[in-house]
Design a protein around this ligand. Structure first.
Ligand code: PHE
Length: 460
């Protein structure tokens, strides 16, 4: 099977790893992972999460890369091409279409939260965290949520930053961006870790994150861990497939995926350990604060420690970088499609799709203030509805389809051809996991994501 056409391939070693890790490492790692760990009892949850990364995340990520790289095209055209080659129904192209749509939806609300990190980085630099207490910190955050104009401004800026990188192209934009942003992100994370070891309650934090108590293992925690393993590795929506199209053929898929999964997990764990070390070192605040952990609890810790001003700024700049390298991957599948299918210049393609996403995001901005009472899906506000549709339905559904398609539909010779750099063991292990274990596990996520809501509606 020939590639569709001459296609850009990232020449520099490591670019794919940096880009995929950039996509994976984001608000999911630094904002969400620590607070869901805090809410679900620490160590037991971390263990479940690691299991899900190994059994669901890694096999599906390999499948996505393989599909993108085999067809050397954006997810929509890649799935169409592979269907034709495999003699499979055109229905499978749903993978590509749904992926592009999911990317637009996720970007629409992701950039609202990412926008908050811009405001918080400025607040940290301005010294606004100094002497914060639980109440004043909550008031600071509530002030931001109530100010729709301010939130709109940051949401718009984040989308503009995303468009700017994509408009510059696959090499000058995407590849160059991840090549400086990712190393900087790692340096900032190491600074944080160093400071947490020196000044924070590091050992208490380690004990909290890694001490395993059987009674803490709950079925609900397991479901959350499964759903999160998907979101955090950017799976199920074609982001990794789109990047796979730029990956050199000589690179080993198996090794690459393991590196990306390890880096993604390490960032989540290190960020979590550092955050809890700061939180435990500050009297009067607790680790189980939920979504407010990063925007309410943590600033209190920063505002009451020695080098809090510097460390607070380092932290929020790091989160901005992490979110930025994720938002570009959310829009890339659609931009690549418009460019490759219709010859639309990437500048116009990214402007067009970025604007659509910005527009869909307006509802998320207002759902924290003017529209907070408005209910969309089953009693959820606009923001939660978007998050639910994209994260709980579209990503797992995309994941199941990708696993089934690569597991059952793609012929062995295609897969073997592309996995020629892998060991026989990788192949022998990977295919059955992809055929059986991953789809079943993801179906469980999907069922558990939708069923409670449906049941609530039916009972009403
Ligand atoms: N993986 C990103 C995070 O953890 C989110 C993301 C999901 C990015 C899907 C791209 C695609 O924040």
């Amino acid at each position: 099977m020939k590639p569709l056409k001459q296609h850009t391939i990232w020449g520099l070693r490591g670019s794919f790893i940096l880009a995929a890790t950039g996509s994976a490492v984001g608000l999911g790692n630094i904002w969400k992972f620590p607070y869901i760990t805090g809410e679900n009892g620490g160590g037991a949850f971390v263990l479940m999460y690691l299991l899900c990364i190994a059994l669901v995340g890694i096999p599906i990520m390999m499948a996505e890369i393989l599909m993108g790289r085999r067809a050397r095209a954006n997810p929509i055209m890649a799935t169409a091409e592979l269907c034709e080659h495999a003699g499979a129904s055109k229905g499978w192209t749903t993978i590509g279409w749904m992926g592009v749509l999911a990317g637009l939806l996720i970007l629409s609300f992701y950039s609202v939260i990412a926008g908050w990190t811009l405001e918080y980085a400025l607040a940290a630099l301005d010294g606004k965290f100094a002497g914060l207490t639980g109440e004043t910190s909550q008031a600071l955050f509530d002030g931001l949520l109530a100010d729709s104009d301010l939130m709109l401004q940051w949401h718009s800026l984040f989308i503009a930053m995303t468009i700017a990188v994509l408009a510059l192209g696959v090499t000058r934009g995407l590849e160059s961006a991840v090549r400086w942003m990712m190393p900087l992100l790692f340096v900032l994370l190491l600074i944080l870790l160093g400071y947490a070891i020196k000044e924070g309650e590091f050992v208490t934090s380690l004990r909290f994150m890694f001490s395993f108590k059987l009674e803490d293992l709950s079925w609900e925690g397991a479901q959350i861990a499964m759903g999160h393993s998907f979101f955090t590795l950017s799976l199920g929506m074609g982001a990794i497939m789109a990047y796979g199209a730029y990956m050199p053929s000589s690179q080993s898929v198996g090794k690459t995926v393991v590196i990306v999964a390890i880096l993604d997990t390490l960032v989540a764990l290190v960020a979590g350990v550092a955050i809890f070390a700061f939180v435990f070192a500050t009297p009067g605040i607790s680790p189980g604060a939920g979504p407010g952990l990063m925007f309410v609890t943590l600033p209190v810790a920063f505002g009451n420690m020695g080098a809090g001003l510097v460390i607070g700024s380092v932290f929020f700049v790091m989160v901005i970088l992490a979110a930025w390298t994720s938002t570009i991957s959310l829009l890339e599948p659609g931009v690549a499609y418009l460019n490759e299918r219709f010859g639309l210049h990437r500048i116009f393609a990214s402007l067009l799709l970025g604007t659509i996403s910005w527009f869909i995001g307006l509802g998320s901005v207002y759902s924290f203030n003017d529209w907070s009472e408005l209910q969309f899906l089953w009693g959820k506000n606009y923001f939660d509805s978007m998050d639910f549709i994209a994260t709980n339905i579209m990503l797992p559904l995309g994941g199941v389809l990708i696993a089934l398609f690569t597991g059952w539909k793609l012929r062995d010779e295609i897969i073997l051809h592309d996995l020629k750099f892998e060991s026989a063991l990788v192949f022998r292990l990977w295919r059955p996991v992809l055929k059986f274990i991953s789809p079943i596990a993801v179906l469980v996520i999907l069922y558990n994501g939708i069923f409670p809501v449906l049941r609530a509606v039916l009972v009403e």
